[in-house]
Design a protein around this ligand. Structure first.
Ligand SMILES: *Cc1c(COP(=O)(O)O)cnc(C)c1O
Length: 339
């Protein structure tokens, strides 16, 4: 079975397991874990931020950032299909008392005028404070779209004009960097906080990190503790995380090449629709005319696991644990199922 359900299915490499077994550890809640301290310093350096903080999951990473950057009753602006709204169990409201107002994007990108139109008059006490703009890079449910730098700059500009903070859900930040040949530090240069997944295409077994100013990360450390995310001898995870950020990005171009190759075949088949412009990284989303759930089952029967993401769309995600044999098998199955 080839597993294209998500890039979260990647397993730690032999080198990672070796590094984990040998990792020097200490109590990280007390600041004593040397491997974690090394990882957090390296992550901050790579992103060009003052500080970074390891968290157990991407969801906790995003929620720690929202916890730092909003107060109860605040409003967040984000794209309609964003992860913080659709896939985090309602936590912006559950945990922080924040609501999310959305702009329906075009290929994941929000119209700047539409964003501006949602920002409330801070002088009117009827309104929540519009305090945070959240952008997702790459945009998962838009098909792995990379946010162009000009778009990020525009969004940051709007936020600054209105004294709003900017959060980047950079779950696949390194895919964006590799796919656009741009340093990660440039992509996140002007955002207040960013969260990045280590356990997707980068291959770590567990974890994400957030980065930002020393002040924000200091606050984030308290928020993480409050969420139960303060962990002890976590150097065994930091050892894998270090390899994920150092060696992980080198594997991503192959994932992007395979996704593109599959998308170009799918786009030609009857009964499937792929917007090739969205296929910029390791994700392929296709619309189907029948039930996407039935298509998911048919692919599974053909030895290819993937997800229907709603009743009309299917998603394939390439990652370092699948090669050209998976690509070939998926293409063969697609040609059989849609001809
Ligand atoms: C995967 C993902 C996350 C985090 O997910 P976890 O499963 O909690 O690690 C956040 N944002 C986006 C866009 C994602 O794809």
């Amino acid at each position: 079975m080839f597993d294209l359900r998500s890039d979260t299915v990647t397993r730690p490499t032999a080198a990672m397991r070796e590094a984990m077994a040998r990792a020097e550890v200490g109590d990280d809640v007390l600041g004593d874990d040397p491997t974690m301290n090394r990882f957090e310093a390296r992550a901050a350096e790579l992103l060009g931020k003052q500080a970074a903080l390891f968290v157990p999951s991407g969801t906790m990473g995003n929620q720690v950032c929202i916890g730092v950057l909003t107060r109860s009753g605040d409003e967040i602006i984000g794209e309609a299909d964003c992860h913080i709204l659709q896939h985090e169990a309602g936590s912006a409201s559950r945990l922080w008392g924040a609501t999310i107002r959305t702009v329906e994007g075009t290929r994941g990108l929000m119209d700047p005028a539409a964003v501006k139109a949602l920002i409330r008059d801070p002088g009117d006490i009827h309104y929540p404070r519009t305090s945070l703009l959240s952008i997702e890079n790459t945009h998962n449910f838009a098909g792995g779209v990379i946010l162009p730098l000009a778009y990020i700059d525009t969004m940051v500009g709007i936020a600054r004009e209105h004294q709003m903070a900017v959060h980047m859900d950079g779950a696949r930040l390194f895919n964006a960097a590799v796919g656009s040949d741009t340093p990660v530090s440039r992509i996140v240069r002007d955002v207040d906080m960013v969260s990045v997944c280590l356990s997707k295409g980068l291959g770590a077994p567990v974890g994400s990190f957030v980065a930002g100013s020393a002040e924000h990360i200091g606050h984030a450390r308290r928020v993480r503790k409050g969420l139960g995310g303060g962990m002890r001898q976590v150097g065994i995870l930091a050892a894998a995380a270090l390899l994920a950020v150092e060696d992980g990005p080198a594997a991503l171009p192959e994932d992007h090449r395979r996704a593109r190759a599959l998308a170009e075949v799918l786009a030609e088949l009857p009964g499937l629709e792929v917007d090739l412009e969205t296929v910029q990284t390791n994700i392929v989303i296709a619309s189907v005319t029948g039930s996407a759930w039935d298509v998911e089952t048919a692919f599974a029967d053909a030895g290819v696991a993937m997800f229907a993401i709603d009743d009309g769309r299917i998603r394939f995600v390439f990652h370092r644990d699948v090669g050209d044999d998976a690509l070939d098998a998926t293409i063969a199955a697609a040609r059989r199922l849609f001809s």
